[in-house]
Design a binder for this molecule. Structure first.
Ligand SMILES: [Zn+2]
Ligand SMILES: [Zn+2]
Ligand SMILES: [Zn+2]
Length: 140
């Protein structure tokens, strides 16, 4: 792997580890402000998932986001937390409250994807101040 690629990898990892919310491939590209192409970023992110450094979050829109891991190894990702996807500002974050899902005896869980969508704290308070903005009328 070239030196340039190694530098890209550490820049991407740094960005995810510094971020308190999950980032999509596009967000990483925008924030890096470099000319690394998106498929390279996607490859780097997938590599980090395999390495146990970041985990994949599937948003309400079906897009993939990536958030930092703590205590994961290349062998196993240990996550039992849901994610929150704000439909207004597109923010995706890890929630700390674990979810317990029972699966039949003999089954083995490998990936849990629980995403709650709605409005984050910032967006719901904006909403109260300006009720005319945005056309969504709660959950149906
Ligand atoms: Zn993990
Ligand atoms: Zn929001
Ligand atoms: Zn998470």
């Amino acid at each position: 792997m070239s030196r340039r690629n190694t530098a890209s990898k550490s820049a991407v990892l740094h960005l995810i580890q510094q971020s308190d919310c999950a980032l999509s491939q596009e967000m990483v590209a925008d924030r890096l402000r470099t000319d690394i192409n998106r498929s390279t970023i996607y490859r780097i992110l997938n590599r980090f998932v395999e390495d146990g450094l970041v985990h994949r979050v599937v948003g309400e829109d079906g897009r993939q986001y990536f958030a930092r891991c703590s205590g994961c190894t290349p062998e196993v990702h240990r996550h039992d937390h849901p994610h929150f996807h704000c439909t207004a500002c597109e923010r995706v974050e890890c929630l700390s409250e674990p979810v317990n899902i029972s699966i039949p005896a003999g089954y083995r869980a490998q990936f849990l994807n629980v995403t709650v969508s709605g409005l984050c704290g910032d967006c719901s308070s904006d909403h109260e101040k300006a009720p005319s903005a945005g056309g969504r009328k709660g959950l149906s």
